[in-house]
Write a protein that binds this ligand. Structure first.
Ligand code: GDP
Ligand code: MG
Length: 163
């Protein structure tokens, strides 16, 4: 079975930033070979010799937060269905949010690995704030900075254990 990692979470937490970081190197090679622009919702990545597809579910969600719940139930739900590992992304700058809780409720019902990623842990203060997300009841938290790449190695080490 294919290794598929879906990045889910409310708008603006940094899903596309992480997606771009993960697929950047291989995507650049593929674009160069084919000479075409790829669909940026799907990309290919690798870590310590393991290859996987990454889905940026945020690319599906447009408009205001009102339409967000509906979007979860449609395309985002399909991506989660397809995935072998789900990265549920939150944001240390804004802290625990009602939409995070809604997401947590949905992913808790899935019988597949869900890793809680606390993004924007750019410094020690924000890193400390990532502890808030233990309240989601989804186990370990992975504090990262998608912008700088900090913490992404530890996260990927855990992701590839599930392949
Ligand atoms: P998405 O809506 O979840 O796909 O979020 P984006 O990837 O578009 O990011 C939303 C905003 O957060 C952008 O302004 C990013 O530059 C910013 N951002 C993403 N990752 C980080 C991070 O690690 N630290 C900080 N400080 N900002 C970030
Ligand atoms: Mg996005």
């Amino acid at each position: 079975m294919a290794n598929i990692v879906a990045i889910v979470g409310r708008p603006n937490v940094g899903k596309s930033t992480l997606f771009n970081r993960l697929v950047e190197r291989r995507q650049a090679i593929m674009d160069n070979e084919s000479g075409v622009t790829r669909d940026r919702h799907y990309g290919y990545a690798d870590w310590i010799g393991k290859y996987f597809t990454v889905i940026d579910t945020g690319g599906y969600v447009t408009g205001s937060e009102d339409v967000f719940e509906g979007a979860i139930r449609t395309q985002v739900a399909e991506a989660m269905e397809e995935a072998s590992v789900i990265l549920f992304m939150t944001d240390c700058h804004s802290g625990l949010n009602p939409l995070d809780k809604e997401f947590a409720r949905i992913v808790r019902g899935l019988k597949k690995p869900v890793l809680v990623v606390a993004n924007k842990a750019d410094n020690t203060d924000y890193h400390y704030m990532s502890n808030d997300f233990y309240a989601l009841g989804l186990g370990d938290i992975f504090p990262i900075s998608a912008a700088s790449g900090a913490g992404t190695g530890e996260l990927l080490d855990e992701v590839v254990k599930h392949f």
